[in-house]
Design a protein around this ligand. Structure first.
Ligand SMILES: [Zn+2]
Length: 226
């Protein structure tokens, strides 16, 4: 079992020169993924425009597979606003790019769990892109285009504050968030309000072996356990 410090140290080389919000987001993502039994490693961080051009040439004017659609200056990596991740295998050395791997054995692909957690932290995920899916890629754009960033625009002080509040869990509602576990494995998340926990009934029921149907006419959620 890898310790959190061992997992963190694997990413240290890529965390330099990131925007402070991205750095905070990356650190939180490593930590929260670890808490779910998913060690991850940051495999790319800040990339200079020259490095980006070299990467763009790969598969076009240089050998290899195409790995990016972004020319130098047109990637959020070039402004320290993006990171790439992969799964870290239990040996603590090798990485996995298998987006179906279920290393923590909770029947949900680890990669999806990391992506969901990243989105909760405020990242946009390259796996949601429609044209060129980039499953490793996470970015925060703050509504700025890469042209604006190249011209020197920066996220505003308020945007930085708001983003850090989300990452640090102080966003509205964050204090009510709870996780729901079954025999120690997370099955869903929910909200605790005035002593009552609200959680998606399907996730809870199915985890307990019941099936769920909804009758719209009587507005009834029906749980059936054979
Ligand atoms: Zn990327």
């Amino acid at each position: 079992m890898l310790t959190l410090d061992q997992v963190k140290s694997k990413s240290a080389g890529w965390l330099g020169n990131l925007h402070p919000v991205i750095l905070a987001g990356a650190s939180a993502l490593i930590q929260r993924s670890y808490a779910k039994g998913i060690p991850i490693v940051i495999t790319q961080g800040m990339r200079t425009i020259a490095e980006q051009n070299a990467l763009y040439a790969q598969g076009r004017t240089k050998p290899g597979n195409i790995v990016t659609n972004a020319r130098g200056g047109t990637s959020y990596h070039n402004y320290g606003l993006a990171i790439d991740f992969a799964l870290l295998l239990p040996d603590g050395k090798n990485v996995s790019w298998d987006i179906t791997r279920d290393g923590n054995k909770d029947t949900i692909a680890d990669w999806q769990q990391v992506a969901q957690e990243a989105k909760r932290l405020g990242f946009a995920w390259g796996g949601d892109w429609t044209s060129f899916k980039d499953y490793s890629h996470l970015e925060m754009t703050f509504g700025l285009t890469t042209e604006q960033l190249r011209a020197g625009r920066q996220p505003t002080v308020q945007q930085v504050k708001d983003a850090l509040a989300v990452i640090n869990g102080t966003a509205p509602g964050a204090d009510q968030a709870v996780v729901v576990t079954l025999n120690g494995v997370q099955i869903t998340s929910g909200m605790l309000e005035n002593g009552t926990t609200y959680a998606p009934v399907r996730a809870v029921a199915e985890a307990l072996g019941a099936s769920v149907t909804y009758d719209a006419a009587s507005r009834t959620v029906k749980l059936v356990r054979e």
